[in-house]
Write a protein that binds this ligand. Structure first.
Ligand code: PVB
Length: 305
């Protein structure tokens, strides 16, 4: 690790601390993600190796954050694994927040062209993962890294891609956000698929437009109730099989609200695409590949991607 100058701690992701660092010989900025390895095992655990090779494979797309190297170090009897990534200067959460703060001073909107471009890149990154058989399962603005200068958005934090269950707590025991979680997951479905990521993409799309989360629940039940209040309570007609899911109960009955009224800043094609991402029945939910062909993107210059 003498190859790098550690500059500062960027923060803590769901899976470990992230540092900004600089390669001493090339000057390249990198992000170091530190993972502690268990002592009772020789070498690197197969699950970790599997995760690394998946990351290496997926980071061939420019819409997935690039894993550059893996460094295995032993220090004071502790075994550490550093994943060395390309460095990006912010995440989508901070990027959205920067428009909020500017509002008080000068009227500054998240330009709809940027929203359109970011959503397209997000679909491209997610489609890349799905075409390699990997679900992200925890897409949220904090996991989307942004290169402000180039206007590029990349999917990060794929560590979860292979875990069996979606955690409620991170390694530091902070509460994992439920805001982007699909209703089938909240209702205890264990046979979920690419639809779980597309639901998150829909929530992120709406959040870019509103500059506020769409469904901000603080418990699994509250999260479901937020969704039901907005989209109407699902039933067997809208979503065959819903009442057989493990955690299904009799919920209050709500009628769907008008999405266009709730998102007055979004043009009709955007409303149509969002409603296809927030489709209850996971098997009818739009895929990332289909979304990229949606008329919402018709006036986007796709040759730049
Ligand atoms: N943030 C890989 N990686 C990164 N992971 C995170 C990065 C980053 N770059 C490569 N970059 C930044 C840099 C500055 C800021 C932010 Cl939010 C992100 C800033 O403060 O404006 N992860 C962070 C968490 C550790 C909080 C964001 O998800 C390791 C993928």
């Amino acid at each position: 690790m003498e190859k790098y100058d550690k500059l500062e701690k960027v923060g803590e992701g769901t899976y470990g601390k992230v540092y900004k660092a600089q390669d001493k010989t090339t000057g390249q900025l990198v992000a170091l993600k530190k993972t502690r390895l268990e002592m009772d095992e020789e070498g690197i655990p197969p699950t970790t190796l599997r995760e690394i090779s998946l990351l290496q494979m997926l980071s061939q797309s420019i819409y997935v954050v690039r894993l550059l190297r893996v460094e295995h170090v032993e220090k004071n009897g502790k075994r550490l694994l550093y994943l060395v990534f390309e460095y990006l200067d912010t995440d989508l959460k901070k990027y959205i927040d920067s428009y909020k703060r500017a509002e008080g001073q000068i009227l500054s909107r998240f330009p709809s062209r940027v929203i359109q471009s970011f959503l397209y890149q997000l679909c491209k990154g997610v489609d890349h993962c799905h075409s390699h058989g990997v679900l992200h399962r925890d897409l949220k603005p904090q996991n989307l890294l942004v290169d402000k200068e180039k206007g590029i958005l990349k999917v990060a934090d794929l560590g979860l891609g292979r875990a069996f269950t979606i955690p409620l707590k991170s390694y530091t025991h902070e509460i994992v956000t439920l805001w982007y979680r699909a209703p089938e997951v909240l209702l205890g479905s264990t046979h979920y698929s690419i639809g779980v990521d597309m639901w998150s993409v829909g929530c992120i799309f709406a959040e870019m437009v509103r500059r506020q989360p769409l469904f901000a629940g603080d418990s699994e039940l509250q999260q479901l109730l937020h969704i039901f209040r907005f989209l109407g309570t699902p039933d067997e007609e809208k979503w065959p099989g819903v009442s057989s899911l493990r955690d299904w109960h009799d919920y209050p009955q709500w009628k769907p609200q008008s999405m266009a009224n709730a998102l007055p800043l979004l043009e009709p094609e955007g409303i149509d695409l969002l409603s296809k991402m927030l489709e209850y029945n996971p098997s009818n939910r739009i895929s990332a590949k289909e979304a990229m062909e949606h008329p919402y993107f018709d006036n986007l210059d796709k040759s730049q991607f």
